[in-house]
Design a binder for this molecule. Structure first.
Ligand SMILES: NC(=O)c1ccc[n+]([C@@H]2O[C@H](COP(=O)([O-])OP(=O)(O)OC[C@H]3O[C@@H](n4cnc5c(N)ncnc54)[C@H](O)[C@@H]3O)[C@@H](O)[C@H]2O)c1
Ligand SMILES: O=P(O)(O)OC[C@H](O)CO
Length: 298
């Protein structure tokens, strides 16, 4: 292993933005399935030999990617993905635990549009890990325009980062149906309560939902067409087919599969998540206006 070296795995929007940020203070490698014309692009083997890895591939792809590519040699890992695995309902930390000791893994959360990070605009991120030592080892790699915080609440950050994508879809639908700012604000506020209720069931800390990981990322994502998930909601409000919306998007919108995962988990554990349940129904073809009526029923 190349001591002190760092690499980003996944050269999508977020991987490239993190690579830009982590290249400000030191050489940072980057790799992806297809070669890209990016500074310090290397093959997967070279990247995997780095001591510090940031993995920025879609949440639904992580298990298969780890199975096919990952060999633990003591690397320290930051997970940049946000989502819950739809096929199993497993959280990302549970998937990674099959391959890497928890003290070697951290999860990035917080309001962070890649399009702004790659321009060097200021932002704040949380590095969530059971190991503060892991946070302290990654922190010096981050540039001055990114303020990092540490939290031990991995499950809270994971749920917040994943759930807000589902709520962003709901907010995009609300915007697209032109229901007004009162409705949108109420939806987002009730969504925050719902997200925290869901997280509490899995042992998450309430404070995680009031901070950057929860409220911060939710307010960002649920109020901007910069969000892929918000744009999925806009498309659904115009009765576009989901496959057409995703084709036009050309990027991942994690909320689509995460809505399925949350729906499964909430039914399995009898957690009251009306907004996420309706998003799942709309993704399956329910008329958003019927969902609105159902959500407004007392
Ligand atoms: N874009 C953002 O603003 C942003 C910010 C924070 C977090 N994230 C999260 O980062 C993750 C990646 O999102 P993104 O914005 O980079 O998406 P993207 O659609 O821009 O890129 C995804 C990348 O993953 C690659 N990929 C897909 N399947 C793969 C596989 N099986 N193996 C290896 N690579 C694979 C694709 O080739 C693509 O380069 C998501 O979980 C997202 O929620 C995104
Ligand atoms: O474009 P989205 O909706 O995937 O959101 C991107 C980031 O998660 C914002 O923090």
């Amino acid at each position: 292993m190349q001591k002190g070296s760092i690499a980003v795995i996944g050269a999508g929007k977020w991987g490239q933005a993190l690579h830009f940020a982590l290249s400000q203070k030191q050489k940072c490698y980057i790799t992806s399935r297809t070669k890209k014309d990016i500074e310090n692009f290397v093959d997967l083997k070279t990247a995997m030999d780095c001591e510090y890895l940031i993995i920025a591939i879609p949440a639904q792809e992580i298990r298969s990617w780890l199975k096919e590519n990952f060999i633990f040699k003591g690397q320290k890992i930051l997970v940049a993905s946000k989502g819950i695995e739809a096929t199993t309902g497993e959280f990302l930390n549970e998937i990674y635990a099959n391959f890497i000791p928890s003290e070697n893994v951290g999860f990035i959360s917080g309001p962070s549009f890649a399009a702004e990070v790659i321009k060097g605009l200021p932002c704040a991120l949380v590095i969530n890990s059971t190991s503060k030592k892991l946070y302290e080892s990654f922190q010096p790699f981050f540039p001055n325009f990114i303020k990092t915080y540490y939290s031990v609440d991995v499950i809270g950050a994971e749920i917040a980062g994943a759930y807000k994508n589902v709520l962003a879809i709901a907010s995009g639908i609300c915007e697209g149906l032109q229901l007004g700012k009162n409705a949108q604000a109420s939806l987002i506020a009730r969504g925050l309560v719902e997200m925290q209720r869901f997280g509490k069931y899995f042992g998450a800390k309430k404070s995680s939902f009031l901070g950057l990981s929860g409220a911060g990322d939710l307010f960002l994502t649920a109020n901007s067409t910069m969000s892929r998930n918000f744009r999925v909601g806009l498309g659904l409000s115009q009765s576009k087919k989901l496959c057409v919306i995703l084709e036009e998007l050309g990027e991942v919108a994690e909320g689509v599969k995460t809505a399925d995962a949350i729906d499964k988990l909430s039914k399995k554990y009898k957690i009251y998540t009306p907004i996420a349940n309706e998003v799942k129904l709309i993704l399956d073809g329910k008329n958003p206006k019927d969902s609105l009526k159902d959500l407004l029923k007392n």
